[in-house]
Design a protein around this ligand. Sequence first.
Ligand code: B16
Ligand code: MG
Length: 217
Amino acid sequence: GKKGFIFDLDGVIVDTAGFHYLAWRNLAHELGFEFTEKQNERFKGVSRVRSLEILLEIGDVKATQEQKEGWLVSKNEEYLSYISKMTSDDILPGVLKVLDYLQEKQIPMALGSASKNAQPILKRVGLFDRFDSIVDGNHVTKAKPDPEVFTIGADALGVAYTDAVVFEDSIAGIQAANRVDMVSIGIGDAQVLHEADHNFKDFTEIDTAFLDQLINA
Ligand code: B16
Ligand code: MG
């Protein structure tokens, strides 16, 4: 059937994973513990609320609901201050070429992100108008590895789940795509994302021959 392509945002289209990490690490320091980049792997693709729970587990911090809500707000404010400085230069290498090629081939495209900040980020980097559908943290009730964010996207594009191709940088996101038999493409460390159907370090490694192969499969 007709193929549709679905892109995760953080770590796939833009390099905001580093901003999330900085903001969570600063909160950890405030609470008196260390938070490493390796530990941050588990935060990718995970909702803001769940991320805080994991962070507090790591630091063995007990907190009231009120404290947690305050930290969620201050973390997001710090994150928003980082993304307010983003420009189209923050689009990850190779991404525009792939989007251009798929657009030229008239392939429907959706965004499938856990982030509640997806829309302002897309606007800042000038990609808001490039997607036929934008599904983000404001639209889903179940977080990755639940496939909801991708199934809503495929439904919006009018393609069967088995005809959807998903680009993801997180373990949870790859698992979400695999659960409904979408074609999963891991962007990043192939060892971390070994459950993906295909792996690439970044979009510069993806050529038009590979895209044609996906389109015509
Ligand atoms: P926000 P993605 C995810 O975006 C990030 O990978 C994850 O680290 C973050 O906690 C989550 O969005 C929520 O983001 O705090 O902006 O709502 O990778 O699914 O595009
Ligand atoms: Mg991501």
